[in-house]
Ligand binder design. Structure first.
Ligand SMILES: Cc1cc2nc3c(=O)[nH]c(=O)nc-3n(C[C@H](O)[C@H](O)[C@H](O)COP(=O)(O)OP(=O)(O)OC[C@H]3O[C@@H](n4cnc5c(N)ncnc54)[C@H](O)[C@@H]3O)c2cc1C
Length: 406
């Protein structure tokens, strides 16, 4: 049931599991729970369909997770583009490309997130919209519900999936991510961008004024491309230039791609909490998933895969907690270990890759043939890129399992 409620009407209720936030993490958790027959409600501050500042890129493994959640067909009904290749482009124009075995997607977040919401509701979950959670409700030290203006909801387990600035991290907790644990990004849409190297290639430009970050031009969906810049907040602060100026400079450097193109809509910016920030992702009665837990790839800024992956793990943990009569220490430890293995450890490796690339950029070493050769080998190695499935084409039915299912 969706409540498109007038703002003044109070919402009170209870469910076995309550999820704060209906983005990819919250809906993934919700779908797992609803499919298992658990009484679950998602509470979201927005009214859907709603947009979200994003590059809109789904890695091929994210598409596979969508399929695992049974949401891929619902999502595929919306306009989307296939991504068959990715390129790293250096300041002297050096291009290093790699192919994806299975394609990734570009899909607007208004559409992707609404498809996930619909899949959650189709599985039997309740979606309460237009209600902001301001606090977690605790009893004897355990989270037993959530509350906000016109909202009181009790639950045996709460999943916080409310993105950057989560209520789960509110003081006296660690608070929102900053410095090296934060990415900043600005994005906008352009119609009629040219793609001289192929219309299904995601271009990532590593450039001197985007340290510990990059600019992107992504394949067009119905003629409209997502472009933007991303960089780590500490590097951004050292730069001392506004994000909007960095995006303008990026567009000017690639004016050849935008000749005759027109901007669509407004420019948007938002924060990305980067992994692996050492903050607790569980507490008594509470699991934290997606951006709320700071799970974004520190190198690429990719966070949808991590949101889906941790959302599925949170859903499975909450399901087992309901069956066991509570979220005990063993289940909490299992969730923490799963997140550390699937997201924390590979993110640490990605941060090392980022440092190495920064060294290459600052020293302009990409101009040296042996360095370019090494970059080619490194870029094509999917082992570093945990959110991409291996490049060998796979039959649809043989997609590997996320390994999260009990
Ligand atoms: C500019 C930019 C570009 C990006 N590009 C990409 C990309 O191309 N590919 C990629 O994989 N990732 C990208 N990311 C990261 C990606 O957007 C996030 O990692 C992803 O959205 C995380 O999903 P989530 O479900 O954890 O949180 P969100 O998608 O942020 O969803 C959180 C939900 O919680 C709701 N909410 C928030 N606070 C409350 C509250 N107090 N009470 C109730 N509800 C609440 C919100 O309305 C929202 O629906 C980008 C991020 C940015 C900022």
């Amino acid at each position: 049931m969706t409540s498109g409620l007038p703002p003044e009407s109070p919402v009170r209720g209870s469910s076995e599991v309550a999820i704060v936030g209906g983005g990819p993490a919250g809906c993934a958790a919700g779908i797992v729970l609803a499919r298992a027959g658990v009484d679950v409600a998602v509470v979201d501050a927005s009214v859907f369909p709603r947009d979200k500042a994003c590059g809109d890129a789904l890695s091929n493994d994210s598409v596979r997770l969508l399929a695992e959640l049974g949401a891929d067909e619902e999502a595929a009904r919306f306009p989307h583009a296939l991504v068959e290749r990715a390129a790293a482009v250096f300041p002297d124009g050096t291009r290093i490309e790699r192919g994806y075995g299975e394609p990734g997607w570009i899909i607007g977040r208004r559409d992707l997130d609404d498809a996930l919401r619909r899949s959650f509701e189709a599985a039997g979950g309740r979606f309460v919209q237009g209600r902001r959670v301001s606090d977690l409700v605790r009893s004897d030290g355990a989270v037993v519900g959530v509350e906000g203006a016109g909202l009181a909801w009790s639950a045996r387990v709460v999943v916080a999936a409310d993105g950057y600035g989560s209520v789960a991290l509110d003081p006296p907790g660690p608070g929102p991510a900053r410095g090296r644990w934060l990415g900043v990004s600005a994005t906008e849409y352009w119609r009629g961008v040219s793609f001289p190297f192929g219309e299904t290639t995601c271009d990532h430009f590593f450039e001197d004024d985007l340290p510990l970050g990059y600019g992107w031009i992504f394949p067009a969906v119905a003629g409209v491309s997502n472009v933007g810049v991303f960089l780590r907040a500490d590097a951004y602060e050292r730069q001392g230039r506004r994000l909007s100026d960095l995006l303008d400079a990026f567009l000017a450097r690639h004016a050849d791609r935008f000749r005759g193109a027109e901007r669509v809509g407004r420019r948007r910016a938002w924060s990305l909490p980067l992994a692996p920030r050492p903050v607790p992702v569980t507490a008594p009665g509470l699991l934290v998933a997606g951006d709320a837990a700071g799970f974004v790839d520190p190198f690429t800024g990719e966070g949808i895969w991590q949101a889906l992956r941790s959302g599925i793990a949170a859903g499975e943990t909450a399901r087992d907690a309901v069956r066991a009569g509570g979220l005990g220490p063993a289940l909490r430890e299992r969730y923490e270990a799963e997140c550390a293995r699937a997201i924390g450890a590979p993110s640490r490796r990605k941060a090392q890759v980022q440092r190495a690339l920064d060294f290459v950029l600052r020293g302009r070493l990409y101009r040296l043939a042996p360095v370019r050769a090494a970059l080619r080998i490194g870029y094509r190695r999917q082992s570093v890129d945990h959110t991409k499935s291996d490049p060998a084409p796979r039959a649809r039915g043989s997609a590997r399992s996320s390994g999260l299912h009990a």
